[in-house]
Design a protein around this ligand. Structure first.
Ligand code: NAD
Length: 430
């Protein structure tokens, strides 16, 4: 799974924009970045809207022989720098507006990483737990067919997201390939390596979080061997980040899952704690003091990595965050109100569109491998990921230093500068 919608949190009494929709956040960040750049306002206005949103009906035969129709979406935001790229989720809360907002986030994320892609997102309104494997396969194949005219390896390349995985991508790729009459591995990423998936793809978002955390510590002259870290969420992103940071010398003092956190001020052995995929929700059964999830965010540590769900650091608790650095592993863990509080308190927040961009970056590597019909070793994938992450880090750092802005604003400035320049160079057709 590669991303989740923002979690609903009861924040009555907050300004209406405190709990952000993905679209409101994406538009607000666009405006903030535009204020620093000399970009044609018409291009900025264009970027507030998706290029296209496809809505499709997906009829599926259930195991009992009845027919059920599901609704699917694919929002395609901007393709000025290359094909659309983004996840497909199977989730009951998938909707048009959220798909648009998340497609905009993907545009910024691809641009900050300088990948030749634009943003897309979509999915089917369904609870995947209510489907048998056979029903899921029929749903995926028919959804692929309904989208066939608007996706493709040079048009729009989906990837796994909430409720979808490597198996879903295999069915999707097979359905597309069968209709094309040839094997087209580059139509989706996140596939198993036996059919063109990339080594290192699953670990990549957590690895990028770890690389960026290490870069942030170096930037603040903080040796990793003297750095304490707390990680919220022990799934693909959180566990991989925690384990790599421990390998590189940091002391991971707390990790959590949905049931709560375990804490040991002397450091946890992260490899002996099962991840969400290895044994779901088993973190609090391990040795260590058990704390509520909220308390993990307020521990006296150097780095906090929220890597579970959105909207966990809010205007209410941002004043209690004692870490000096927050690295966003999850998508949207910090609300706008919290951002203001953290900024005023001098806490460095490394934004999601940079920190967890290892996922889409290795998806790009997968696509390159598919197009060239040549697979890369895990070592090469990890080396190239590190190179790309540090290049993006340097680009964002330059803006932080040149303009005195937050890391989040700097990341959006880097992204908009690249997208605006591409639109300016290409102009408008006809
Ligand atoms: P996952 O399902 O593998 O793991 C999620 C973890 O968070 C589990 O340990 C779960 O118990 C825990 N959790 C769930 N609800 C929680 C809550 N309310 N409080 C505390 N912990 C909770 O998910 P993942 O793939 O690691 O994704 C985590 C976040 O990272 C999401 O926001 C996702 O959008 C984002 N992300 C994932 C990827 C990816 O490719 N995996 C890429 C980019 C961003």
């Amino acid at each position: 799974m590669s991303s989740k919608p923002t979690q609903s949190v009861d924040e009555q009494g907050k300004p209406p924009d405190e709990l952000d929709s993905a679209m409101a956040t994406a538009r607000r960040q666009l405006d903030r970045a535009a204020a620093h750049l000399d970009v044609d306002p018409n291009i900025v206005e264009r970027l507030k809207h998706p290029a296209q949103v496809h809505e499709v009906a997906v009829p599926v035969e259930r195991d009992d022989g009845t027919l059920e129709t599901f609704i699917g979406y694919r929002a395609q935001h901007d393709s000025v720098r290359g094909p659309y790229k983004g996840g497909l989720r199977f989730h009951p809360e998938v909707n048009r507006e959220e798909s648009i907002g998340l497609s905009m986030w993907m545009t910024w994320k691809c641009a900050v990483m300088d990948l030749p892609f634009g943003g897309a997102k979509g999915g089917v309104v369904v609870d995947p737990k209510s489907l048998s494997d056979g029903e899921k396969e029929r749903l995926t194949r028919r959804f692929a067919q309904e989208l066939r005219d608007v996706i493709g390896p040079h048009t729009d390349i989906p990837a796994p997201d909430m409720g979808t995985d490597a198996q879903t991508m295999s069915w999707f790729m097979d359905a597309y390939s069968m209709q094309e009459g040839e094997t087209v591995p580059g139509v989706v990423t996140g596939k198993p390596p036996v059919i063109g998936g990339s080594e290192g793809r699953e670990e990549a978002p957590g690895r990028s979080v770890a690389i960026v955390t290490r870069a942030a510590c170096e930037y603040e002259d903080r040796p990793l061997s003297e750095t304490t870290v707390a990680v919220q969420g022990y799934g693909s992103v959180g566990a991989n980040a925690a384990r790599l940071l421990e390998d590189w010398g940091a002391t991971v003092v707390a990790v959590s899952d949905v049931n709560g956190a375990i804490y040991d001020p002397d450091g946890l052995e992260t490899r002996s704690i099962p991840t969400h995929a290895e044994e779901p929700e088993a973190v609090t059964e391990q040795d260590g003091e058990v704390l509520p999830n909220e308390a993990l965010l307020e521990l006296d540590v150097d780095v906090v990595i929220p890597a579970a769900v959105g909207n966990v650091i809010t205007a209410d608790n941002a004043g209690d965050v004692r870490a000096d650095i927050v690295v966003e592993g999850a998508n949207g863990p910090t609300t706008v109100g919290a951002d203001t509080v953290l900024d005023e308190r001098g806490v460095t927040v490394i934004p999601d569109i940079l920190a967890n961009a290892g996922g889409v970056t290795v998806s790009y590597f997968e696509w390159l491998q598919d197009i060239n019909r040549r697979s890369w070793s895990l070592e090469r994938v990890n080396d190239e990921l590190e190179t790309e992450m540090l290049k993006a880090w340097d680009a964002v750092r330059s803006e932080v230093e040149a303009r005195g802005v937050s890391w989040r604003d700097a990341a959006y400035i880097v992204a908009l500068d690249r997208i605006g320049a591409a639109h300016g160079a290409r102009g408008v057709w006809p």
